[in-house]
Design a protein around this ligand. Structure first.
Ligand SMILES: [Zn+2]
Length: 136
């Protein structure tokens, strides 16, 4: 019933709670496609996406306060570990995330890397062929 109540006062209240931001058209098109696939209004979808990302960052800060992003490269994510005062390099190896510091697929750095937005920048189509890290 509430959803159908398009009174003037409700519209005015909603407008007061809305700000406009610029989204690059290619990004908008991608988001729009995903929202459509999920059968969600794009504004709801974008708001949820942003809020969940902020909440995820807050969660990571309390889950592993001694870890922080140190950067990313084409095939690597760098994670500063303040517990051991080292930087862990996480790479994609045989389609699996792998931590060079711990020689592990299942350490805290891999878990942390999985939660980073930068994860999507790892070049999954070309898994470190030129650098030949696995032959080291
Ligand atoms: Zn590690």
């Amino acid at each position: 019933m509430l959803n159908h109540a398009h009174s003037m006062s409700k519209a005015a209240t909603n407008k007061a709670n809305i700000v406009t931001v610029d989204i690059a058209r290619p990004v908008y098109q991608k988001i729009s496609e995903i929202a459509k696939e999920n059968n969600r209004p794009i504004k709801d979808f974008v708001n949820e996406l942003l809020l969940m990302n902020i909440e995820k960052d807050n969660f990571l800060k309390s889950y592993a306060p001694y870890l922080s992003k140190a950067g990313s490269h084409e095939n690597s994510l760098y994670i500063k570990d303040h517990n051991v005062n080292r930087t862990a390099e996480v790479i994609l190896k045989d389609h699996t995330l792998f931590c060079i510091l711990d020689n592990s697929k299942n350490c805290i750095h891999v878990h942390f890397a999985l939660a980073l937005p930068e994860l999507g920048k790892l070049n999954i189509k070309k898994p470190a062929a030129k650098k030949n890290i696995s032959a080291a």
